[in-house]
Design a protein around this ligand. Structure first.
Ligand SMILES: NC(=O)c1ccc[n+]([C@@H]2O[C@H](COP(=O)([O-])OP(=O)(O)OC[C@H]3O[C@@H](n4cnc5c(N)ncnc54)[C@H](O)[C@@H]3O)[C@@H](O)[C@H]2O)c1
Length: 437
């Protein structure tokens, strides 16, 4: 199939590369000319495990190319995917201006039948608006169908997720569009769920909200564990072994962040209110999530007493491991909070350093080249992202390099017993703090 994808970011670029890898001819479009130039020069602007190889392989095979022209993309494909940002506005609603602009641009160059597929995460009923907009600006009167095809990939394993999806959701009206969409996804051999457009759009927000709810649920349980002396990891194992519940997304920590969950939950709350059926449960999910960071900071203050002039090492800047994405990262917020209280912060992340350097809120933090360098002379270590690199570090060396061996583990990366044996004062989430043995 000939496919174009408008928006070549975390979703568009990975989707384009994977579509090409299963044999489709793909054109990735972006209006960021620097991004297109760098992709054409063989440089991949984001970090995602395995992505670079897939891109290079398919560019060499001439199944994947990059352009700044929507006209080029639309003219040379049967199906046009939209994967542009849908950021949160200050009132919690979604800024749909990127989608609207692309819809207008596509309409302006539409000359023959095309399927226009929305892959961005959008509020229910957006498809109707996209169709109206295309109809209005469709100068040549070309026929088209609008489809909703939400994306469920996880950053950090996006290529694997794209190649092995749990399910493909196709929200569409006409048989012609449904058939073409099925052809796109045939090579992935995944279950396909065909729905109406509104249901497909709602599936994405409902899925992300449910996952966020699971995280906030276990975080609330973690607080009860701390107050009662229970161990949240054991509790999560115990409930997660129930197949009706499952262990995934039951990891207590300093809360969810990233470019999706916070904005998608806010959007779902706003839409539900607009529709006259307020989803108040999700407000509690948000409240618990914000509270996790506060509780963690309080634990740091309770131990260190005053943060002013304290040398604090932070491991992790990315919002989760295996990505360079720092958008809405809890790690960044924590560093910013500690800097505001006068702490001297030294931070390290395996992939997020370059992007973090551009964040003004943490401009006063010192970013260093390794986990061990970060802890040199530190009076406390804060673990904000659960990278494998941190889990595999030589803990003896870490202790040696620190001025006072105190660790605040916001991701429950280590076993409390091991940390006590090495000689750390160790604080984690939902488990008893331990002192050196
Ligand atoms: N990142 C994720 O993990 C993830 C997962 C599922 C769904 N989503 C959704 O997918 C959408 C895209 O997210 P992302 O993380 O890939 O965003 P991103 O910011 O990484 O990429 C978006 C790209 O669109 C480009 N763009 C913006 N306006 C354009 C235009 N008019 N023409 C051409 N290109 C344009 C930008 O330059 C950028 O490269 C969002 O709706 C998001 O909620 C994201």
């Amino acid at each position: 199939m000939d496919i174009s994808i408008v928006g070549s970011g975390y979703v568009g670029l990975v989707t384009g590369a994977c579509f090409a890898d299963v044999g489709h001819n793909v054109i990735c479009v972006d209006n960021d000319s620097r991004k297109i130039e760098s992709l054409r020069a063989g440089k991949v602007p984001i970090y995602e495990p395995g992505l670079e190889e897939v891109i290079h392989r398919n560019v060499s095979a001439r199944r994947l190319r990059f352009t700044g022209s929507i006209e080029d993309g639309v003219a040379n494909s049967q199906i046009v995917f939209i994967a542009v940002p849908t950021p949160q506005q200050p009132d919690g609603s979604v800024d749909l201006s990127f989608i609207e602009k692309v819809a207008r641009e596509i309409a302006g160059v539409l000359t023959d039948y095309r399927v226009i597929v929305d892959k961005s995460t959008v509020p229910v009923k957006t498809g109707e608006k996209v169709a109206e907009s295309i109809k209005r600006y469709n100068r040549h009167g070309a026929s088209f169908d609008v489809v909703s095809n939400p994306e469920f990939l996880r950053e950090g394993c996006a290529v694997t997720d794209l190649m092995n999806p749990d399910r493909i959701v196709i929200g569409a009206q006409g048989e012609r569009a449904i058939d073409l969409m099925k052809k796109v996804y045939e090579p992935f051999m995944a279950p396909i769920l065909v729905t109406d457009i509104n249901s497909a759009e709602l599936i994405k927000h409902a899925a992300n909200s449910f996952l966020a709810l699971k995280i906030s649920y276990i975080n609330a349980v973690a607080s009860i564990c701390e107050a009662s002396g229970a161990d949240v990891e054991k509790v999560a194992d115990g409930i997660g072994m129930d197949r009706r519940i499952g262990r995934n997304f039951l990891n207590a920590g300093i809360g969810y962040g990233g470019s999706c969950f916070p904005k998608d939950i806010a959007a779902f709350i706003t839409i539900s209110e607009q529709l006259g059926v307020p989803f108040n449960l999700l407000k509690e999910v948000q409240r618990i999530n914000a509270g996790q960071r506060e509780r963690f900071l309080k634990a740091i203050r309770d131990t260190l007493w005053v943060l002013r002039e304290k040398r604090i090492a932070v491991w992790g800047l990315a919002f989760k491991p295996d990505t360079d994405d720092i958008r809405c990262s809890v790690a960044i917020d924590l560093i910013s909070d500690m800097l505001r209280e006068g702490a001297h912060v030294t931070a390290y992340d395996p992939k997020g350093m370059e992007r973090a350097r551009e964040v003004s809120a943490i401009a006063d933090a010192k970013l260093v080249g390794s986990a061990l360098e970060a802890v040199e002379g530190a009076e406390a270590l804060v673990i904000a992202t659960e990278w494998d690199e941190f889990a595999n570090v030589d803990l003896g060396l870490v202790k040696e390099r620190m001025a006072t061996p105190i660790v605040f583990d916001g991701r429950n990366l280590f076993d409390p017993g091991t940390m006590a044996n090495v000689g750390f004062h160790y604080h984690s989430i939902g488990r008893k703090a331990v002192a050196p043995r």
